[in-house]
Design a protein around this ligand. Structure first.
Ligand code: 4NP
Length: 161
């Protein structure tokens, strides 16, 4: 039996977008009955909000979908690049920051989260209203379906030791 596929979602503060992606991905995986197949987490490139629960606007969207997310914000660490199989950035700035920190032989794990769907960025919603979070959630839901389908059919990923 192969170990779970390890996925890390990354934004700047780890309180708005990446916990939203984490929660939506957990929800989608659970709906498909695939809990044991994935290990899903999130982190930020900055530590401004380390230790905090996700922003209430993110938690509200997740709760509307029956998902209770209890994870606390943390900054990405060097070992994350080794441990996780896929590290998905919300925007170009996050990706550049990850590329600058990631050891070269793990850079293939880094992508933008919308790479398989619309392309472009999941825009920082922090200073806006709830509509920005709703838009982020709609983009992420499409993107995550594409990623989950991709991971399930990628033999290299499902063959982890
Ligand atoms: P996130 O949003 O990167 O999606 O978690 C932000 C959260 C906090 C800040 C910026 C973006 N901030 O500047 O504190």
């Amino acid at each position: 039996m192969s170990r779970p596929i390890r996925v890390l979602f990354v934004c700047l503060g780890n309180i708005c977008r990446s916990p939203l992606a984490e929660g939506l991905c957990i929800g989608s995986v659970e709906r498909r009955g695939l809990e044991g197949r994935f290990e899903i987490a999130s982190a930020g490139t900055a530590a401004y909000h380390a230790g905090e629960l996700a922003d209430p606007r993110t938690r509200e969207i997740l709760e509307q979908r029956g998902i209770q997310l209890r994870s606390r914000a943390r900054r990405i660490t060097p070992t994350d690049f080794v441990y996780f199989d896929h590290v998905l950035a919300m925007d170009e700035s996050n990706l550049r920051s990850l590329l600058a920190q990631c050891p070269e032989d793990h850079r293939y794990k880094l992508r933008k989260v919308l790479a398989l769907s619309s392309g472009g960025d999941v825009v920082d919603p922090y200073y806006g209203g709830p509509a920005g979070f709703e838009r982020n959630a709609a983009q992420l839901e499409v993107a995550l379906e594409a990623w989950i389908a991709h991971w399930l059919t990628d033999r290299r990923d499902s063959d982890h030791a």
